[in-house]
Design a protein around this ligand. Sequence first.
Ligand code: GLU
Length: 304
Amino acid sequence: MQQIVNSSYCYAKSWLNEGEVADYIPELCKVDKDQFGVCITNLVGQTYGSGDFEQKFTVQSICKVILLITALKDVGFDAVFARVGMEPTGDKFNSIIRLETGSGKPLNPMINAGAIAVSSCLKGTNVEEKFEKVLAMANALFGKTDTEYDKSVFLSEQTTGDRNRALAYMMRSGGVFENNVDEILNVYFKSCSILASCKDISHMGAVLANEGRSPTTGKMIVDPFFVKVVLSLMSICGLYDASGEFALRVGICAKSGVGGGILGVVPNRMGIATFAPRLDSKGNSCCGIKAMEYLSQALSLSIF
Ligand code: GLU
């Protein structure tokens, strides 16, 4: 397995100079653009990493999976899906258009509007209490106890996040939720700024691949029904408007983030994570996609 992970790294590294780092969040531009890591965690907790697989980065949209799991646990399936849909979208991850032309409810929890609606479901009296729940879930999923968030990235998102603010106000005016917009956004921005390495994220993938049970401690972390919900959504809308092509070419349940990370889950087999900051035109890590493609072929991982 180590050899295959190394080969996926060497193969995908040829795409290291392709794409651009996300610059709409100014702080994200400061990362070392040449970092690249790949990691697999299997269902008995063994880890195989190559390159910068222990380097931490902000999870960005990968937090949408953590937020969804936290909210499902906090308020249940019906309450969450009263505020967000379960259909894919061919629009960009931060698109506002369907909030105006559709029912007003965001299409799914894997786009920005959907994740903001999911954040609004969390119970708690203030941002800290709500974010504590998200961090606790991140710790359990990563198999750690000391997960932190990057304060500079959080502040950068808070200062420049007008589009997300617009999405939130549209949803509030459409009756999706009644919460204070700044409070919801602070929970969402802090969640996007959570720091994790490929090793941590592949552990999270292995928990989901293992029907919700930690591969290292054996503890049940996510209700198996919620695992099904999350994996279905990842498989149909985890890679923004490139989800269809990724399903055909790779066939792994996945969620990408504009920080350059990709979480992959192969049910009953393994969790996979990649990290390389340069993104393609759809916002997905160029090297990450190539490494996933390689691993899918080499290990016959497509779920289809
Ligand atoms: N924090 C980013 C945003 O809200 C996350 C986007 C992403 O990773 O897709 O725009």
